[in-house]
Design a protein around this ligand. Structure first.
Ligand code: AHR
Length: 499
């Protein structure tokens, strides 16, 4: 099969915002306890955080970590996580029916995030709490000193403010499973007033208001419109959440699910612009896709969990090769929408539907999905180029005219290179892929790696890593044209140097 991508240096989508490679760590399951934090582990630092996990998070190069939830957030008292650890309360977490010890709280997490090179995307509880707790948290984190909350932070050992820039106004407030869920009007009013006051405390912060918890919600679209009617002038981003899974074991349909993500983004963008027009506003509201991932392998097991355990193994999906391919398509889709999607958080980071897994008292290891994310987060920076892609398409159960190749190209002027990410969705045919890169003069291939040739159900384990990128030389460059062979069912990253 042939595929031809045509780009021109003058036609661009957007600069990438590094936060598009954000992730998420919730106080749930083994994400924190026996994930990033395990004081008895042989690699743990003086504060109890695992060095082997830190090393993998650094490898992944995620620049932003959303915290502390998730559904957990809507019952969380942030004050439970400050001050001496011995005095912190153990609480029932009603979201996941577990027990939270609060051993890890604000200072511990922020310190850890700094060590792995990430900023914190802090979320405030708008389920059981409201304006007061939120404004106090901003004061605690970001005010230099001389007030009750900022001085308390200093007493607790952080002389300088944490300077947290990006904040979420609650989590999935439209969902009946959410502690303190709300109607769009109830939430919209509360979010607007909370946003206003948080920005009075620190005008430098940016705020994410909750969109629907998924495009399948019955209130989807009207929720967004109503919430934005209330909050448009006070917030900076609207959130999207979506999880995918091959529940019907239909490979071609599964790999087309990024088309659904694309539609979702375009629909939410249209709603933002509708409210913009209605309000006669100059402001463009951007998007934060702050929960996206594959989540379905663990559903059945998790339905049998015993309640009120401390950090039980929940949502521990073990990902396979086809999941890595879809994750690649989803990443490409986010990049192709980088004019509006400025923040995106892979949900989640460690043990809970995560690219990084840990064994208690044992090793930390990389799932199949680790690799496309790691390559994109390491190399996918610069100007995303608009393209025309000429490629055969297919129809499947839920989508029509799905291109066999999903791809994106990015020009990085700082490194003088072009990066192409491409997934070949075809199970049977390789693709002769041509990229005509008008306005660029190519010099040499810096790297062509592919993940291919595996059974679609092949997984990585703590002991064996079959699903990893491998170098290939099936690429040629001319003056402004590149040709490459994309194997059937493959994730590909091509980096080309420029003259
Ligand atoms: O990421 C797991 C859960 O999915 C989050 O807690 C919640 O926000 C979403 O429903």
């Amino acid at each position: 099969m042939q595929a031809k991508m045509t780009v021109n240096k003058a036609f661009t989508i957007s600069e990438t915002d590094p936060r598009i490679y954000g992730s998420f760590l919730e106080h749930m399951g083994r994400a924190v306890y026996s994930g990033i934090y395990e004081p008895d582990h042989k690699t743990s630092d003086s504060k109890g955080f695992r060095e082997d996990v830190k090393a993998l998070v650094r490898e992944l190069k995620t620049p932003l970590i959303r915290y502390p939830g998730g559904n957990f957030l809507s019952g969380y008292n942030w004050e439970d996580g400050i001050g001496s650890v011995e005095d912190r309360p153990k609480r029932l977490d009603l979201a996941w029916k577990t027990v939270e010890t609060n051993e890890v709280g604000l200072h511990e997490f922020i310190g850890w995030a700094k060590e792995v090179g990430a900023e914190v995307n802090m979320a405030v509880n708008l389920g059981t709490r409201g304006i007061d707790a939120a404004r106090n948290l901003v004061e605690y984190c970001n005010h230099p000193g001389g007030t009750y909350w900022s001085d308390l932070r200093r007493q607790h050992g952080a002389e300088s403010p944490f300077k947290i820039k990006t904040w979420c106004l609650g989590n999935e407030m439209d969902g009946s499973w959410q502690i303190g869920s709300k109607t769009a009007d109830e939430y919209g009013r509360l979010a607007a007033e909370t946003a206003k006051v948080m920005k009075w405390v620190d005008p430098g912060i940016e705020l994410v208001v909750c969109g629907s918890s998924g495009s399948g919600m019955p209130t989807f679209a009207t929720w967004e419109a109503t919430v934005l009617e209330h909050t448009y002038d006070y917030v900076d981003y609207l959130s999207l959440h979506s999880y995918y899974g091959n529940k019907k074991n239909d490979l071609q349909n599964y790999l087309a699910m990024s088309v659904g993500m694309d539609r979702f983004i375009k629909s939410v963008t249209a709603i933002c612009d509708y409210i913009k027009a209605k309000k006669r506003s100059d402001k463009i509201l951007n998007l934060s896709f702050d929960e996206w991932n594959i989540w379905y392998h663990s559903n059945e097991k998790d339905s049998k969990n015993e309640p009120w355990q401390q950090s039980p193994p929940i949502l521990e999906d073990i990902y396979n090769f086809e999941d890595a391919l879809l994750l690649g398509c989803l990443l490409i889709t986010l990049l192709k929408n980088s004019d509006r999607v400025k923040i995106a958080c892979l949900a989640q980071l460690v043990n809970v539907i995560a690219p990084i897994m840990t064994e208690k008292n044992g090793v930390a290891w990389r799932q199949t999905t680790f690799y496309p994310f790691m390559q994109a987060a390491n190399y996918g920076h610069g100007t995303v180029l608009r393209h025309n892609l000429d490629v055969p398409t297919y129809d499947c159960a839920d989508f029509k005219t799905v291109p066999f190749v999903e791809s994106v190209s990015i020009y990085n002027p700082d490194k003088d290179e072009i990066i192409i990410f491409a997934v070949n969705r075809s199970a049977n045919e390789g693709v002769d892929f041509t990229a005509e890169l008008q306005g660029f003069t190519l010099s040499n291939v810096l790297e062509f790696t592919e993940i291919s040739g595996h059974d679609v159900k092949q997984v990585n384990t703590k002991d064996t890593y079959p699903v990893v990128p491998k170098e290939t030389d099936a690429v040629k460059v001319g003056k402004n044209q590149l040709t490459a062979s994309l194997k059937p069912l493959s994730w590909n990253m091509i980096r080309v140097g420029l003259n």
